[in-house]
Design a protein around this ligand. Structure first.
Ligand code: SIN
Length: 187
C-alpha cells in the first residue's frame, strides 16, 4: 500500500500573505482541470523526465491491482512540457487530497513558452514513497495499464488523454508515446 501524503503537504510551504502561486502540471493535472484557476499557460521545467513509475491505488487502480501513473525523475538535460496554472493557495486543500497517493509538493522554476521564468510548485512522487514502482519495460507498463481501473476510471484513459494533451503541447515524450503504441497494439 502507500502513505497518504495529505498531512505532509499541509506543512510543506508557508502560504501566508500569498494571493496566488503557479502550479506546474505534467500528468493528469494537464487535462483533468477540476479545480479553479486564475490563469493557465503552457510551460516547461528543465532537468526532469516524465515516467509511468508511480502506482495508483486510489484513482486509476486499486490496492490489489494498482495502475501506473506519472511522476518526474531527475534527468540532466531533459525537458518536461506541461501546463502551468496560477491558483489561489486554497486550491491545495483539494489538490493535496487528489494527489495524496505519494506525491509531495516541491518548489520549482518553470519557463513559459516565451522563455520567461517563474517560481512555482509541482507534485512529485519520489523514489522513497511506498507506491513508487520504478522502471519496467514499456510493453509491461502498457499491459499493466490496459488491465487496471479505479474510482477515476480506466488507467488506459489516463494514458490516452495524457498522450493527446502532450501532442497538443508539442511535447516529444517518447516514453509516453511508446507506452501508448504498445497499449493500442494490445501487446
Ligand atoms: C501532475 O499531473 O502534475 C501530477 C501527476 C498526476 O496527477 O497525474
Amino acid at each position: 500500500m502507500s502513505t497518504d501524503t495529505t498531512e505532509h503537504n499541509r506543512n510543506r510551504q508557508d502560504f501566508s500573505g500569498v494571493e496566488s502561486i503557479w502550479l506546474f502540471g505534467y500528468g493528469s493535472l494537464i487535462y483533468k482541470v477540476d479545480f479553479p484557476f486564475l490563469e493557465q499557460r503552457p510551460a516547461s521545467i528543465q532537468g526532469w523526465a516524465r515516467r509511468f513509475w508511480q502506482a495508483s491505488h486510489d484513482h486509476r487502480g486499486t490496492p490489489d491491482a494498482p495502475g501506473r501513473v506519472v511522476t518526474l525523475i531527475e534527468q540532466p538535460g531533459a525537458e518536461c512540457k506541461g501546463m502551468a496554472f496560477r491558483v489561489s493557495p486554497k486550491v491545495f486543500e483539494y489538490l493535496d487530497v487528489r494527489e495524496k497517493n505519494g506525491y509531495l509538493r516541491f518548489s520549482t522554476t518553470l519557463s513559459f513558452e516565451d522563455g520567461d521564468p517563474a517560481e512555482g510548485l509541482v507534485y512529485i512522487a519520489t523514489e522513497d514513497n511506498e507506491a513508487f514502482l520504478g522502471h519496467a519495460p514499456e510493453a509491461d507498463i502498457a499491459r499493466q495499464i490496459a488491465a487496471a481501473s479505479g474510482p477515476s476510471g480506466p488507467n488506459s484513459e489516463y494514458l490516452l488523454r495524457l498522450a493527446e494533451s502532450l501532442r497538443a503541447l508539442g511535447d516529444d515524450c517518447s516514453h509516453t508515446f511508446s507506452i501508448e503504441t504498445f497499449l493500442k497494439a494490445g501487446s
